[in-house]
Ligand binder design. Sequence first.
Ligand SMILES: [Fe+2]
Ligand SMILES: [Fe+2]
Length: 366
Amino acid sequence: MQYPQHNPLPIPASGEYQHVKGTLDAVFDWHYELKRSKLLELYEKGKAATWNAADLDWSTDVDIERLVSNRQMLGGGAMINQLLAPPRTLDDREAILLNLHMNAFMLSQFLHGEQGALLATAKIVETVPWAEAKFYAANQVADEARHVEVYHRYLTEKLGISYEIHPSLGTLLADIMTDTRWDMTYLGMQIMVEGLALAAFGLQKMMMAEEPLIVDITTRIMADESRHVAFGVISLEEVTKAYTASELREREDFIMESTHLMRERLLMQPVFERLGWPLDVWLPWATNTPFMRGFRQMLFSKIVPNLKRLGLLTPRVREMYEKLDLLRFEHMKDSVEDPDVVPPQELVQLLLQFLAKPQEPGVAAS
Ligand SMILES: [Fe+2]
Ligand SMILES: [Fe+2]
């Protein structure tokens, strides 16, 4: 994996390396029972589905600016103003900048989230008690290294714009790493972070449908992530129904706190800071404009049914999710019934308008 590392990622003010005190109980499983057939099936699938970052066509000429300009020529400029309802009308240049930076911001957070998944899943290898789950987690660790590699290469070699980790994502990843309980690592990473990422990747693929390299990257990563989320649900199913009242309360608190942190990140404050656009104007816009609200809600379309399957959509969590209008996803298929992600129809319609495209671009994960 040799590639020219142009445009290095910005380093956070806290420094090049971040140390998080992660104490853990490493568990040996001397049974080697290997009886959990769903986990073993997933392990076989994971091994068979391995791919190499070098298989991608890195010679692709990636020019997001040209892509967005082409959309504008097709009438997308007026559409952007109509759909986003920005605080003031954006001219073509500003609309291009906003698109470029939002895309780079999202992809940068994917990269940092992938590094979080790499570390968190390595921890699961040590802490989960069952050999079958250790096997699968080990396979996932290799997937995550590849995801970090691919997003890093895309951002630095092809895009040239990147962002450091958003503080809310940083806090969430640190919380996941410091908690000693193995089921909390799963809940934080496989259910919340990866559940949101899976939905976000589906949107990314739609938004950048005319850029073949990112479509290829996203399709491959989504196939891996859908297994990772299923791994989380299948593993946690064995324990969540047996929580005591206080254990359950701690999990509820964690779900609510991580939901808050993930939504905060999606306000994309660093984008407005980088563009030099006033935060007192743009943050309220990002908080309230229907398109951005819809976008944030849709990212929970896989998390909600998975929490429900695990018995974690409890009255306390429901109360919060009701206020955020997230309960509309509770009847969608969970990751065991359907590991793929199909963006909800209402979002597909919204995005098709945004892209000024009348036809359905084939959005389901493969
Ligand atoms: Fe990943
Ligand atoms: Fe993953």
